[in-house]
Each structure stands twice: as structure tokens, then as C-alpha cells.
Design a protein around this ligand. Sequence first.
Ligand code: AHQ
Length: 235
Amino acid sequence: MLVSNTEGFVAALRAQSDRYHSRHPFHTAMNEGLLDRRQIQGWVANRFYYQENIPRKDAAILANCPDREVRRRWIRRIHDHDGTAEEEGGIEAWLRLGEAAGLTREEMWDERHVVPGVRFAVDAYVNFARTRPWVEAVASSLTELFAPDLMAERLKAFERFYTWIDPAGLAYFRARLTQAPRDVEHALEVVTEHCRTQDEQARAVAALSFKGDVLWSMLDAIDRAYPGSDRQGNG
Ligand code: AHQ
């Protein structure tokens, strides 16, 4: 059994940044202030389907994970999104982002704006967590290695270019600036602890690559459904 080194493994995970959706034309247009109101609303309404499914993805990992120590920490992710008696949580914060962008809570919950490509990608992610070995599902969450830079860039762009959105609606992204690095620290501990052989490490990198495709294809579908006036919707 060939045991591969941890540094090389983590470097291979980090190399997936090349495929992260921060580089997608829809996100670069967003961060350059090029999106119009309808495009922002379409993105918020479609991303809500992703957000409301994250707790179910994480619950699938908990259900498959035999390790109490991992579960005790992993369950925080569900609280971060569903909220608790003390905290409203990320799903509520995303609904407020939608209201700040001119959407109603009802049209976010009833998924009327969710396009097929977004539904397929999100459902594929939840089913991945349900059916793959739990450590591979943990590895797939490591796209968040690259999320803080994107959140910071997005916050700057919204505050500068999309001033028609009440800045209070951006609270969701501010929360991710601290939650994502905490989540990543735990997920990296799990995968470096459990993925020792070259085969295990290759499957973890493949899981992260799959998740990169999930996020990328969501934006392909949103970009196609909400083309800009200056761009003919081909990304
Ligand atoms: O808001 C995001 C979030 O709660 C999560 C959970 C995590 C996971 O478990 O896969 N991934 C993730 C992401 C969130 N926001 C995305 C964004 O661009 O706003 C980034 C996405 C990720 O990097 O996986």
C-alpha cells in the first residue's frame, strides 16, 4: 500500500482552485458590476435552492459518518444554515438577501425561478453525499478553501456596484467569511487523517473536482437563463 505524503495531497486539493466558480464569466461579470437587476435576482433565487439543500447534504454526511468526534463538529454546519433557538441561520439570511434584492420569500421558497441545470447540479451534490463514502463527501465540501476570497470580492462588488440592494442584505456573505475557514479546517483534518493511500487521495481530489463541476454548471445554467443586455447569455 503506497502511502502518499500529506503536503502533496493538500497541494493537489488546493490546485482545484483553477476550476473554482470564482473564475466563471457570470461571477467575473458580477464582481465587475456588469449584472443588471434581473440577473442578480435570478442568481439569488437559484442559489437559494443550493442553500436550502446544504443542511440536507450535511445531514447525509452525518448519517454515513461512524465517528462521533467528527459528527459533533460537523453538525455545526446544519445549525449555521437552519439556525437555532439563538441564531436565525444562513437560510433566513439568504431570504433576507433575496428581499433586499426585490424578491419575495414566497417566490424563493416555491422555487418558481429554479432552472433545470441548477436543480440537477444541486440534486447531484446531495445524492453524492448520500451515496458516496462519507470521507469523499467531506472532501467535496473543500471548494470552500477558495470561498473566503470570493466572498470578500463579492462583498466589495455589491457595496460598490449594486447599491440598490440594502447592505443589511449582505449579512450572509459576512458570516461565511468566518464560517467557511472554520469548516475548511475541520474538513482538511478529516481528509488528511482518512486519506492515506494514493487511491484514497485520488478519490478525494476527484470528489472536489466533481463539486467544482456542480458549482460551475449551476452558473452555466443561470447565465443561460439570465443573459445580460450586453452579453447574449452564452457566458
Ligand atoms: O454559502 C455557501 C455555503 O454555505 C457552502 C457550504 C459548502 C459545502 O458544504 O459545500 N460550500 C458552500 C458554498 C457557499 N457559497 C458559495 C458562494 O460562491 O457563495 C461557495 C460554496 C462553496 O465554495 O462550496
